[in-house]
Design a protein around this ligand. Structure first.
Ligand SMILES: [Zn+2]
Length: 357
């Protein structure tokens, strides 16, 4: 096996600086609000995962809780209301409705309640938490957490599936190693299944790790009873749906819906696709989600919400708001549809089949 000491590349560092600089510049010049007139839509759905007190412990991953507080304060100051997911759909039917923000957290982390909920309470901001069954019953292959734990706890990682021995003795090296391993899985999600022996060999127990970080059944039930929290579906196993045949996709999504509905004793109407676009074909998964009786589903495509989204609300755009080391202006730029504008090279502000109702 080849030995490698991964480093954060100059290109990656430059990308982070440009991203931060661009949103700061847009906010200072009012350019983000100008773009927002065409791309912002009536509101936006924001995506978060974990929350952290100190991002050093998680190698920079997760949203620092004081940053979350600052994002919510800035969104409120920009004249947006915080609303639940269903109210967002209602507002799309009303051209006079005030602009809005929907908060969503994926995967069901304990930190959603321990750290984020007090901030949500201060801002009276509701959130939908999308929960895979495997996270709750500890059966999930949360490979992204496993890789992070490897990088945090080991100075040398024997990464056999990559035929690499990774040396990562300091914080920057560990961040670079994690980035390298994560990108390798994202290139082909089937590789996630090759990691279990690596974790075992380095003394990382996936069930223990998930137990430490994720809400259990009692926690999910208690969260759902809170007036500001709603639980949504996120598949049973959190695999990339593109890897599965039609019947397996239906089972993975349907089993999770039924599990949560039994646990919570109420309908679960919202769904989030694991990993977003690289992991789904699109129409096939959207058809299955509709057939299973969901009201709506969210992707990770950036962009605002527009009235025509109501015609087929099964691939709603959702803006990532937890980009590491980003300024608050990054979240505001996202809410203004700046990243949709950039990713389409100032093309159409939304994709949506069908006519406007
Ligand atoms: Zn997820």
């Amino acid at each position: 096996m080849r030995t490698l000491t991964p480093k954060v590349t100059a290109k990656a560092r430059l990308k982070t600086m440009v991203r931060a600089g661009l949103s700061t510049l847009l906010a200072a010049s009012g350019g983000d609000r100008l773009i927002g007139r065409r791309y912002g839509g009536q509101g936006v759905i924001l995506m978060f995962h974990e929350f952290v007190s100190s991002p050093v412990d998680t190698l920079g991953q997760g949203c620092p809780v004081d940053h979350f507080d600052a994002i919510l304060a800035a969104l409120k100051a920009s004249g947006r209301d915080f609303v639940g997911a269903d109210e967002a759909l209602r507002r799309l039917t009303d051209p006079e409705a005030r602009p809005f923000v929907v908060l969503t957290f994926d995967d069901g982390y304990r930190s959603n309640i321990d750290l984020a909920l007090p901030v949500m309470e201060r801002h009276a901001a509701p959130a939908t938490i999308f929960v895979p069954t495997g996270m709750v019953d500890r059966s999930i292959n949360a490979w992204w957490l496993g890789l992070r734990e490897l990088a945090v706890t080991c100075d040398v990682i024997e990464m056999e599936p990559m035929e690499l021995r990774l040396e990562c003795r300091d914080l920057r090296g560990k961040q670079a190693a994690l980035e390298l391993m994560t990108a390798w899985v994202w290139q082909d999600f089937a590789r996630a299944d090759l990691l279990a022996p690596v974790l075992v060999a380095h003394g990382v127990s996936m069930p223990d790790l998930v137990d430490r970080l994720a809400l259990d059944e009692a926690g999910i039930r208690a969260a759902d009873r809170h007036p500001l929290v709603e639980i949504g579906a996120h598949t049973a196993t959190h695999r990339a749906l593109r890897l599965l045949d039609d019947a397996a996709v239906e089972t993975d999504i349907g089993d999770n819906k039924r599990y949560l509905e039994t646990l919570l004793d109420r309908p679960v109407d919202w769904f989030a696709y694991p990993y977003g676009p690289p992991s789904i074909g699109g129409t096939r998964e959207a058809d299955i989600v509709r057939k299973l009786g969901f009201r709506a589903a969210v992707t990770t495509d950036p962009g605002g919400l527009f009235r025509p989204h109501l015609n087929a609300p099964y691939l709603l755009p959702r803006q990532n708001a937890e980009v590491p080391a980003s300024p608050v202006s990054h979240a505001l730029a996202g809410a203004n549809g700046v990243f949709r504008a950039l990713s389409t090279r100032f093309g159409a502000p939304y994709d949506c089949p069908g006519d406007i109702k």
